[in-house]
Each structure stands twice: as C-alpha cells, then as structure tokens.
Design a binder for this molecule. Structure first.
Ligand SMILES: Cc1cc2nc3c(=O)[nH]c(=O)nc-3n(C[C@H](O)[C@H](O)[C@H](O)COP(=O)(O)OP(=O)(O)OC[C@H]3O[C@@H](n4cnc5c(N)ncnc54)[C@H](O)[C@@H]3O)c2cc1C
Length: 444
C-alpha cells in the first residue's frame, strides 16, 4: 500500500486525507495542535467561512457535500448598512443563488470525521513538523507534550500546513524556488454579535452584513446559533481611525458611535471585545514551484490570499480535486502528476489572490457607490437575458467553477465594457433602455 504523509489537519489537509483514503493509500496526518474535537481550542483565525462553488464541487467529488451542507446557512446577498443606519439589500444573483456560511471549527471537525471513516487514515495530534528531508520524502515531527521526535518516510509528503508552512520553508532552500510575502496595510479583529436571549438572530440571517466605510469595514456573517461573526477590517495605521489610533474604551466607543451607530445595540459589549480579541494581520504568499521530488504544497501553504472574496479555502479544496483528477489521468505516476498539478494550479492561485484584493476595494468603497450599484443593475439585467454571453464576475467566482484565471480575464474585459457604458450621458435614467442593451451586446 502506498503511503502519504499529510502535514496539517486544517481544512485542506483534512479534505486531502479523504481524497487519498478513497484512492486506497495509507494516510497519516500530522497536526501540531491538539485534536480540536476534544480540546477547547480556537480552531483558527476566522470563526466562520463561506463555502462556494469551487469548494462544493470538490466536496461533492469527495462524496461528503451532503454531510457538510447540513452545517451551513445559505446567504443570498449583501445587506449594506450606511452611516445613518439605513440598510439596503443587494442580492448576489438574479437567479437566487446563495453562498454558504459555516463554522470553521465545525467544518474542520466534520472533515476529520469523514476522513477517519476510512480504516487507512490515521490522525496524529500535537505533532509539529520541524523539518523535511525533501530528497527522501521524510518528515520529522516533534510531539509538543512528550518532546519525542519521530522520522516518518512516505511515497509522498503533502504540505497542507497553512500560510506559514514548514514544508514550504524547507522548499525555499532549494535552487530556483520563487517566493514572495506581502502584508497588506489592513488587519482584522473578530467581534461576536450575540443572538437574542431566545436564540433568534438580531439581523437578517441570510445576508452578509457589511458596513462599508472607505478605508475600513465591518462585516457580519451568520452562525447556526443565531449569532453573527463580525470582522472589523481596519488599517494598522492611518491618518483617520485605525488600530493605532484606538487606545482606550472611550476611543472605541467614539469610533463605533461615529461610524457604526446601528451596530451598537447589536453588540452590547463591543468595547470589551475590541480589547479582549486579538488583532491579526493579513498576508499574501506566492511561491513556485509547488512541488519538489515527492513533496508538494497545497492550500494556503502554496497560496495564502487575503480573505475578501472568501475563496482561500475554496481554492485549496479545488487543489485537492484537481490533484485527484491528475492522479486518475496519469495513473498515479507522481513524476507526471506533481509537475502538472503545480503548472495547472499556479495561475489560478495567482488569479484568486488578485481577485481578492480587488474585492476588498469593491466591498469597502464601492458597494455604497451609486455608479457601482447601477453597474450591478445593468449586469444583472444582461445576465438574466443573455446568461451565455455575460456572467457577472462575482457570479463567475462564487457560483461557477470557471477557473479563477479565466474569471479574472473575463472580469477585466467586462470592466472595459462597463466603463464605456457608465460614461454615457443620461445613463442613470436610461440604463434599462434598448439602446444601452444593444451597445453592450455589440461590445461583447
Ligand atoms: C478572516 C478570514 C476569513 C476567511 N474567510 C474565508 C471564507 O469565507 N471562505 C474561504 O474559502 N476562505 C476563507 N479564508 C481563508 C481560509 O481560512 C484559508 O484559505 C484556509 O484556512 C486554508 O486552509 P489550509 O488547510 O490550507 O490552512 P490552515 O487552515 O491554516 O491549516 C493549516 C493546518 O496546519 C497546521 N500546521 C501548521 N504548521 C504545522 C506544522 N509545522 N506541523 C504540523 N501542523 C502544522 C495548523 O495548525 C493548521 O491546522 C479566510 C481567512 C481569514 C483570515
């Protein structure tokens, strides 16, 4: 039986364990943390996540989508909260499509359970990978409780150990390995919105709530318990409000009163949470090649991106799916599968990194901009009438499995067309006219 060592039992490592188990490999997964299903630990950086089409396709192929779907809440659009406290719902799709909110720890636990249903899978916890011998596909693990070191050899090592990957770190020491890491000027802080005392939600549950405020924004995504995970995306330093400028409870109260007044009744202890919860940074990691001999990177280890499209995990899940397809195509010949895997996924990892930064600007600045809202209306109309000719970029990314690299290119082409249309005199009044429609069709 062929042996695979997976480093990291996060979201992607656990799904990859399912895929490899189905192939009949002997799968050993080593995770540096204790088992999150047993220990009361923070299961990661964000309390909930969005699953969308690229992710669903990969879960379906692994045969576990129905199990996962039970843990999710559908989200049909954005609810924009303006400075006056007024709200405006913008559906994601004219076709009533939804993305799905899920608890990170609940999802991670379920993925591990799914993998463990296979006899040929074993998880090892509190085992930190401290080194990898790339030439011999041997990984060294250190047990954080006993201090014991173990050397594990396999036919394949999969580094699914996240944005600060140890496996990648070792690959960086090889010749011609390209690597870049960029911290953006914004970080984030989670702030929990509790449900009402009777467990009912305080806001509409099937919407992603956004308080866009140009240089920063607050977001709320629903949890199964009726509460919401709020995330404040905020610059570390700036001339206006920033993490750096808020030093006291008084500052944070003034900040909320000034910019998020309608959120205050929803989060009674916001000031306390602001100081109690950690501030986290956001990093973009690009590297290549993703494979070296019989060692490969997957998920955030290969492509860490900013979270503004909610696609990091979805993209990582798709890595698992594509790798599996290539294993079929090349009859598990790793000499052919591994280079092909890197070559086919890298452009998509890069594209979703670019798309994610672009969506940050869209979310924090544009959703409140009348020109942006008009563009969405025009696009929705064209999409409804000519779905084979025009799929809005957001729908391409979230509701289709069009490769991210193609979606990015198509999005740029759509931008050019819409720029011309939005410059037309009287477009605010005539956007629905036959003339405008004809002009767009000609440009397509
Ligand atoms: C605020 C925020 C919101 C997000 N929202 C979304 C979203 O809505 N949708 C979406 O698709 N993505 C989202 N993402 C991205 C998503 O969290 C990541 O893309 C995803 O977690 C990547 O999974 P992974 O398994 O590759 O890495 P990770 O989840 O980081 O898992 C890596 C695992 O490896 C373990 N590990 C690390 N080092 C070692 C070592 N040396 N030895 C052994 N084990 C090790 C870690 O403990 C961890 O369990 C969000 C990210 C953030 C920060």
């Amino acid at each position: 039986m062929k042996k695979v060592t997976i480093v990291g039992a996060g979201l992607v490592g656990s799904l990859q364990a399912v895929y490899m188990a189905k192939r009949g490999w002997q799968v050993e997964v080593f995770e540096r943390r204790p088992d999150l299903r047993k220990a009361e630990i923070d299961a990661g950086r964000s309390i909930n996540l969005v699953v969308a089409r690229h992710g669903w396709k990969s879960l379906e192929e692994a045969g576990i989508a129905d199990e996962i779907r039970k843990l999710t809440i559908p989200v049909y659009g954005r609810m924009i909260h303006d400075e006056k406290g007024d709200t405006n719902f913008q559906p994601y799709s004219v076709k009533g499509k939804a993305i799905h909110s899920v608890s990170r720890s609940g999802l991670n636990a379920k993925l591990m359970d799914c993998a463990e249903q296979y006899q040929n899978v074993k998880f090892h916890f509190s085992e930190r990978c401290s080194d990898v011998d790339l030439n011999n596909a041997t990984a060294i693990f250190e047990n954080s409780e006993t201090g014991k070191q173990t050397n594990i050899s396999a036919d394949l090592i999969i580094g699914a150990d996240g944005a600060y990957s140890e496996v990648r770190h070792r690959m960086m020491m090889t010749d011609r390995f390209n690597y870049s890491q960029q911290y953006i000027e914004h970080g984030y802080k989670e702030i929990h919105f509790p449900p009402n005392d009777d467990g009912t939600p305080k806001m509409q549950q099937d919407a992603l709530h956004i308080w866009p405020r140009k240089n920063y924004m607050l977001m709320g995504l629903s949890n199964l318990d009726g509460g919401f995970t709020g995330t404040l995306f905020f610059p570390f330093e700036s001339d206006g409000w920033s993490f750096g400028s808020i030093k006291t409870e008084n500052d944070v109260t003034r900040f909320f009163e000034e910019v998020f007044p309608d959120a205050i009744p929803l989060i009674p202890n916001f000031a306390e949470q602001y100081f109690a919860n950690p501030t986290s940074s956001l990093v973009i990691v690009r590297c290549y090649p993703w494979t070296y001999k019989n060692v490969m990177l997957i998920g955030d280890a290969a492509h860490a991106i900013v979270p503004f499209y909610g696609e990091g995990m979805n993209c990582g899940f798709e890595d698992c799916f594509v790798f599996d397809q290539l294993m079929d195509e090349f009859d598990e010949d790793l000499n052919r599968v591994l280079p092909e895997y890197g070559k086919s996924r890298k452009p998509n990892g890069d594209a979703i990194a670019d798309l994610s930064m672009r969506n940050f600007i869209e979310m924090r600045d544009l959703v409140a901009d009348p020109q942006f809202v008009l563009r969405k209306k025009i696009e929705a109309k064209i999409y409804a009438q000519y779905p084979e000719k025009w799929i809005p970029l957001y729908s391409q990314v979230k509701f289709t499995d069009i490769p991210y690299s193609e979606a990015l290119k198509e999005g740029q082409r759509q931008d050019e067309i819409m720029k011309k249309i939005l410059r037309k005199d009287g477009i605010m009044e005539n956007w629905d006219s036959e003339d405008v429609e004809r002009e767009i069709l000609e440009m397509i």
